[in-house]
Design a protein around this ligand. Structure first.
Ligand code: ADP
Length: 163
């Protein structure tokens, strides 16, 4: 079991061990939460990301967090929604691989955004169910905070958490 907290806010402000970035396969920055994280972390983040050779969908890589209050950024690449069973499998691996990296790096607290539900088009309720069940079923002493940026997303996650 991993403990989950749900918050409404900006993940770049998270003052814990690690934040997860919903990146793209290039790891060179993009829009949405990825853009906000790269902007807030500063240009040093791009220099480190440029040495990582990208990241495949469902996998995760870790960097320093530079100007952010967190210690690390775990970059994971969510699936683009194609309405196929493989989407759910890949989204689940994003959470599993990110949690594994957090533990390997001695993190106690980690924050997740709502991976894939912005530009990548994953339906929010389905993504929320995968996020919450995957995190809750993962064996760890971590505290995972899911940070939603808008009220609608927050409510979708809250509905699943309160089942
Ligand atoms: P993806 O490409 O994986 O869909 P997006 O960044 O487009 O990623 O969207 C994922 C979620 O992150 C969306 O719910 C979006 O509103 C949210 N988001 C955007 N900026 C932030 C932020 N600063 N903190 C937390 N979540 C954010």
């Amino acid at each position: 079991m991993t403990a989950i907290e749900l918050k409404l806010g900006d993940i770049t402000k998270f003052n814990g061990d690690a934040i997860v970035n919903a990146a793209n396969e290039s790891l060179m920055g993009g829009g949405g939460v990825d853009g906000a994280i790269h902007y807030a972390a500063g240009p040093e983040l791009n220099n480190e990301c440029a040495r990582l050779n990208g990241c495949r969908t469902g996998e995760a890589k870790i960097t320093a967090a530079y100007r952010l209050p967190a210690k690390y950024i775990i970059h994971t690449v969510g699936p683009v929604w194609h309405a196929q069973p493989s989407d759910a499998k890949k989204l689940k691996s994003c959470y599993v691989n990110s949690l594994r990296l957090a533990i390997q790096n001695d993190c106690k607290t980690v924050a997740f955004p709502s991976i894939s539900t912005g530009a990548y088009g994953y339906p929010v309720s389905a993504a929320a169910r995968i996020a919450i069940t995957t995190i809750q079923n993962y064996p760890s002493n971590l505290i995972a905070t899911i940070i939603c940026y808008d009220r609608k997303t927050f409510q979708a996650y809250q509905a699943i958490l309160n089942r």
